[in-house]
Design a protein around this ligand. Structure first.
Ligand SMILES: [Zn+2]
Length: 382
């Protein structure tokens, strides 16, 4: 392949019209142009978004044991159309047997280049999560367990070494040693669904856990106002939290405070979207429980009184952050692109600059909401 193409748009950071030149799937140059040329000045251009946590899409559940490569490809295409060009499929708490099956299926799907170009590896959320009600959220309680490196190694073997991130609760027996093992093996550790004390969070960060999964969620509805796991994760400068900025999971005030505390470079947006995105509102069985999916995009387990993932694409959070946290367009986009690739060690993506992969989105702003109109993956227009 030796294709040379270019694409024009308004640079999301500078606000000036640019032409982005692409050679062999990589950005070769970015030049400012006059606004009057054909195609210029119409849509914004930005790097493709990077999502650290997608549980499924358009009816395709990534934690289903019977998933096929065709299902996965369908989901990847829908995710790309919504502006996300790199993501970690997220596999949730399950039985030992099912985790082996699910992870080996996903590892096999990566033999398909159309899938693997957007999937650098997997995020395992669980099964080493708090067994306390409210904190484990919708994860199936009967499969929660303490961390075991031997067990995890079997999962990593099944995944052909492609588990890149694990969300766990550091207060569980054996968790600190497990975190050190992860760091030794280049597995990124994220604190989540956790009722850890300030001391346990400090120790976890000292051992190398440096991400928080959907901070402010995966937490009981009623907690002590002083002694709870949220403040210590906010206060710890070693920790970069992810948040779900869909408008349901956090209040506008929380989004603003989290952003102000962590700063524009030290927080990331995730969608945490489930397979129910793109499906009609109604009642569904999800993770073994009945959930109610309402017209306004809320997915809730009414028995446990907890949210069960989100239903909006990552792009939704960008407008919400602009409105709630007062960040600029480029800062909000960086939360969902550059910051994620930095935090997840994906140096080829998440930035629009020469030498980076030509993963690009063209979009408009409608009442501050990002509307993705075109996606480019490795210099190919979808
Ligand atoms: Zn979760």
């Amino acid at each position: 392949m030796n294709s040379k193409v270019s694409v024009r748009g308004i640079h999301y950071e500078t606000g000036r019209p640019v032409e982005v030149f692409i050679a062999d799937g990589v950005i070769s140059a970015i030049q400012e142009i006059q606004a009057t040329g054909p195609g210029a000045g119409e849509m914004y251009i930005a790097p493709g978004l990077v999502d650290n946590q997608i549980n499924g899409y358009n009816g395709v559940d990534f934690s289903a044991t019977g998933l096929t490569a065709a299902d996965m490809l369908k989901a990847v295409k829908a995710i790309q159309r919504d502006g996300v060009t790199t993501f970690h499929p997220t596999i949730l708490t399950n039985s030992d047997e099912n985790l082996i099956r699910i992870l080996s299926n996903h590892a096999r799907f990566l033999e398909n280049a159309e899938i693997s170009e957007s999937v650098p590896g997997f995020h395992l959320e669980g099964p080493y999560l708090s067994p306390v009600k409210g904190f484990f959220g919708c994860h199936p309680e009967q499969f929660l367990r303490n961390p075991s490196w031997d067990e995890f190694e079997r999962y990593q073997d099944a995944a052909n070494g492609r588990i890149r991130i694990i969300t766990l609760s550091p207060e569980l027996d054996g968790a600190m040693e497990f975190i050190r093992k992860c760091v030794e093996h280049n597995i990124l550790v994220s604190i989540g669904h956790s009722n850890a004390s300030a001391e346990q969070i400090r120790l976890a960060a000292g051992n190398g856990a440096y991400l928080s999964t959907h901070l402010g969620n995966g937490c009981a509805n009623l907690i002590d106002r002083h002694l709870n796991p949220i403040w210590p994760q906010l206060a710890n400068d070693l920790i970069t939290p992810s948040i779900i900025a869909d408008g349901h999971h956090l209040t506008p005030e929380e989004m603003k405070v989290f952003y102000r505390v962590k700063g524009p470079d030290n927080m990331i947006l995730i969608s945490d979207v489930t397979h129910l995105i793109g499906m009609p509102a109604g009642r569904y069985t999800y993770m073994g429980n009945e959930v109610v999916y309402t017209e306004d995009g809320l997915i809730k387990n009414p028995v446990l009184n907890v949210l069960a993932g989100a239903s909006f694409p990552l792009s939704r959070g960008i407008g919400n952050m602009m409105r709630s946290a007062g960040c600029s367009l480029w800062q909000a986009i960086n939360l969902a692109s550059r910051n994620v690739s930095d935090a997840c060690h994906l140096p080829d993506v998440g930035t629009m600059a020469p030498g980076k992969r030509a993963d690009l989105i063209l979009f408009k702003l409608k009442n501050d909401a990002m509307v993705v109109r075109q996606t480019w993956v490795r210099g190919r227009k979808l």
